[in-house]
Design a protein around this ligand. Structure first.
Ligand code: IDP
Ligand code: MG
Length: 140
């Protein structure tokens, strides 16, 4: 099924200048980066993005980190784009992410940041419902 998903390059990915490498890998996988938006999240946008994590011990850190600097929000489309972007990203913990995945190949030595949050470069929607909700945070 042809799908759209939100792929967001987080502040650590932008600060390290990894956007071209990330987009190259997405396109090499046959997916299309339809639109890109350079932005910095407001606290309200961060709260919406991370609404499923409300109540977790690392929630406050998540919001602080994602609003701490510029990000690039994109809509990626293609056949099974949601699961394929998740595969390209790799596991949440970069130390467990497979070789060949973005998080595995591009990880830093220290994977926890000053907010107590796992630094893993990218966010990708995890279901069709999340994709619709998350795309709407950035694209009207
Ligand atoms: P995902 O990004 O692979 O979908 P989620 O479980 O949705 O992972 O978590 C959202 C983000 O929260 C992760 O990308 C990571 O930055 C952070 N995170 C997840 N679990 C932990 C944790 O146990 N400690 C600190 N940060 C975490
Ligand atoms: Mg998630």
């Amino acid at each position: 099924m042809r799908e759209k998903t939100l792929l967001l390059i987080k502040p650590d990915g932008v600060a390290r200048g990894l956007e071209n490498e990330i987009f190259k890998r997405v396109e090499a996988a046959g997916l299309m980066v339809e639109v890109k938006q350079n932005t910095t999240l407001t606290t309200a946008q961060a709260a919406e993005l991370y609404q499923p994590h409300l109540g977790k011990s690392f929630y406050a850190g998540l919001v602080k980190f994602i609003t701490s600097g510029p990000v690039i929000a994109t809509i990626v489309s293609g056949e099974n784009a949601i699961s394929r972007v998740r595969e390209l990203m790799g596991a949440t913990d970069p130390l467990k992410a497979a070789a060949g995945s973005l998080r595995g190949d591009l990880r830093e030595a220290n994977v926890i940041n000053e907010y107590g949050v796992i630094k893993n470069l990218v966010h990708g929607s995890d279901s069709p419902e999340s994709a619709a909700r998350e795309i709407a945070i950035f694209f009207k």
